[in-house]
Design a protein around this ligand. Sequence first.
Ligand code: ADP
Ligand code: MG
Length: 239
Amino acid sequence: MEVTGLHKSFGDLEVLKGIDITVRGGEVVCVIGPSGSGKSTLLRCVNLLEEPTSGTVRVAGFEVTDPEVDIDRVRRRIGMVFQAFNLFPHLTTLGNLTLPQRRVLGRGRAEAEEVARGNLRRVGLTDKESSYPAQLSGGQQQRVAIARALSMGPELMLFDEPTSALDPELVGDVLAVMRRLAQEGMTMLVVTHEMSFAREVADRVVFMDAGAIVEEGPPEQVVGEPQQARTRAFLARVL
Ligand code: ADP
Ligand code: MG
């Protein structure tokens, strides 16, 4: 993923003020920063949930921001996991995982179920395929949401504060799944306040404030020995 000169305004409010960020294949990049700094807007611009005001976004060889691009084809290559799990409440776990594969990718039932079961194994939920979302804990629902995204075979996974809505005792299971994905070589851009996850798993950490990247580098540098006063002030509040 390569983002170059990304600007985004909502009316008079300039939310992204020229962002450059690259995530190479197999890399994990964590984005940290205060609330309102534009982290979610950045992720939403990557898969065109928001239209950038200017700048370019490339993902898996496609220029997302090219007006000629088939955005549905590009979106299939990008998995997104939000703070809210957004599962279909009337479908079982298996139904949640197979419906998008069948609708969007045109897979048949047998193939979609095989892919779904493989991904439920990856997130440790093989025993929950017949459960409805309301019968699952928040952490289990988020792992279903991750398995659903993986079932589409993405080349890039975007995570927007995936553990922020969870009770503290459920956070670890979701982070463990993300850690395993990283070890398997998944390319990931992760907005998170979990500094221990960023320290252990990220290849690079990007600190954003007020719509700009203030500092970026390996976690031991950005989290361990931040150079910028704004990064130090933020870390003092969250650590
Ligand atoms: P973060 O994820 O870092 O908390 P956001 O990207 O959600 O930040 O928001 C950055 C700024 O953009 C905030 O001031 C927010 O109010 C504003 N914003 C986000 N989405 C919209 C929108 N659809 N319309 C207007 N303002 C928005
Ligand atoms: Mg956000």
